[in-house]
Design a protein around this ligand. Sequence first.
Ligand code: GAL
Length: 832
Amino acid sequence: MNIKYIICLFVLITTLTVSAQEIELLKKWKYTSYDYGNAQAINFNDDNWESVTVPHDWAVKEDFNYTHDVQLTMVIQDGENKPDYRTGRSGALPYVGIGWYRSNYTASANELAEKVQLLFDGAMSNAKVYVNGQYIGERPSGYNSFYFDITKFLKEGNNIIAVRLENFNSQSRWYPGAGLYRKVSVIKTNKTHVKMWGTFITTPTVSTKNAEVHAEVEIIGNGNYTVVNEVLNPKGVSVAKKSQEIKVNGEVKLKEDFKISKPNLWGITTPNLYTLKTSILKDGKVINGHTSTFGIRKIRFELDGFYLNNEKIRFKGVNMHHDFGPVGAAFHKELFVRQMIKMKEMGVNAIRFSHNPPAPEALDICDEMGVLAIDEAFDEWQIGKVLNGYSKHFDLWAKQDLTDMILRDRNHPSIIMWSIGNEIMEQYKHDPNHITKFLNDIVKSIDTTRATTAGFNSSTNALESGMASTVDVAGFNYKPGIYHKIRETYPNLKFYASETGGSVSTRNSYKFPVTFDTEQTARGTSLNQVIYPDGQPGNYENTNVPWGYPPFKEFAALEYNDFVYGEFVWTGYDYLGEPSPYHNAQARSSYFAPVDMVGLEKDKFHLYKSEWNTTEKVLHVFPHWNLPEMKGTELPVVCYTNYDKAELFVNGKSFGIKTKVKPVIPDFLADTIIKEASGGTTMAQLKAYAIVWENVVYEPGEIKVVAYNTKNKKMAETKRVTAGAPFALKIEPELNSITLGEVGVYIVSVVDEKGNLCPTFNENMNIEVSGAAEFLASGNGDPTNLQNLSKPQRKLFNGQAVIYVQSTEFGNIIIKTSTSKLNTTNNLLIVK
Ligand code: GAL
């Protein structure tokens, strides 16, 4: 027998004997979009429904169309003063409508005598759940996890679980996804068991020598038991153990304190995880077991900054929506890991899960990879932003949704703050119903070890009304110009930038001539809020949405206001929906991020990396050098680097050694201290964080940048060459192997005979997948591309595209791509 299987079998046997709690994933479902009135009935015939595997997003597989969910709206946050039609705001996909799901579950007589719970990690949306035709319960929020005790509705043998979901038009400001897009599990325990989300582990004192671990464990059931709680260190070795005799009659909460000497602290570079293993014993036999992962770490929120284990950490953060671009909202752990690897390479140390609780595995990954996290509950309170948004449910459900988010997620060491809202409209009315306090109190009644927060865009209102100081730490969206003023006026307020940036770009697109604002125009109406007819802004960071500003301004604001906890860029990855500023039937996905929707880097990625990544060297130059229309014309050549100096050569001719030019107090910061609005990009801003050769005459050939240290020693070089005729399609799997059922990702690049990327190639490509996987989706990072994401054709966009496959068996995956003139096969990705 294969050693891997022996290990799996061993793990399975140990899990079963130790835990006496079984978790079964409900993966195979039948699905239809037809609204049958009675599809929950046991005898309902679902033979003609589609067979699907959950996680499943039914809308992402459909065709784009700008008539889907057109929203007539006036977004005051965006500075609008009259209503207008927004197309593509929720992704131009038909997510509105009904989704019925049915699955079979076989129950044994044994488990019926004990307890069976049904857990949804999130279902989009307005879920109504039935077991054997009987209504069990419902949950309007599409993002919250929820569960039901279904024991008494089950019978021995086959059972039918049915779920009805319904999305409404104008329900969301971004693409929400549709269907059972996260895991569904059946959890089987003894009648006496650890309550769902019933453990809370905190670390009241922490040092490198000693730590105190405090565990609270809620047990449900009846009778007398022995409960053993054991702490396992990151290697799985038991380092502390305690036992208590308990009498349960309904519900009991027991508490244990442990002392751990020389703890392995959890931190960004040391994501050490401990486990609390709880075993409930009757007559010496384990009848229920439960494990909770936690970290030993200390967090402090001070006036001068945020501290993790006594070290001041500034947030180099990004906001993240929950979708995976072409794959939609269906949660695939490996795709989230892929996103996080890219973000960590950029230097990211924190994620704000905007604007809703993520899949639980996303937080596990933050724990495992050492990424700080903000768990956010709401984008709306009582006053809506969209016609059918969460405001419809707030009064009935907010308390439960917020409570459940905290109960579910409170053991994650990555979570440092609980956000009770993003840009909530109550700011403009000074929160007459005192919702800020109501929600803040709910959080505090469960967890006092972390800070509460909210993201405010109307800083003046939030500050004057006291909303900003009701939460422990305020978040401000798009306000780099006024940090100084806020500190002067509210000296006790702790705060960070919950959303930053706002320059828009598409990968490998350059628009000439490149115009920058003057100091004057940058402060007034920027010249650079340009809308390009082809929907493809360039990459010089000189095109902003009206409420945004270039990344440079935030860098400067944070450099000169070191008490601000740091920033969360809007967003780390581009996402489906919100194609600002291209609202008018021009685009269906966002433009803000340093990484496009399929995970390919824009130039901006290297800007952030050069500022944030302290362990890797960066030397990146742009634009690409296939610009025949620019022959004989001047253009700026820009280098993002963390080396000291760089020299540009065009076809061997030097344009001189240069450094970044940082004014002592940048004008563009000093001048905007009194101003909330942000404005455009000036050359001075760019030059403060990039090395720029302003007037380089384009001639085809090669640009080379050589980096030097302060002693003029050559450290590195990089080149962009004018690519020749397209010669081949290069297909590169991102990993060498994946496991069964996982999604694998390939990058396809059009290259010339010498292997150089052809960055202006935009032809259609056919995709064929065979062997150990199926084609899942593809994309190209072009927000205007309307090809169906789930069909095996994709236009290469500026030379590249990405293919997603899902493995179905062990072996080699074979992938063939072709355009009208090129074709290539690749069999490098293996399913192991
Ligand atoms: C903010 C909002 C985000 C997103 C962003 C786009 O106002 O909180 O959800 O819409 O603008 O810049």
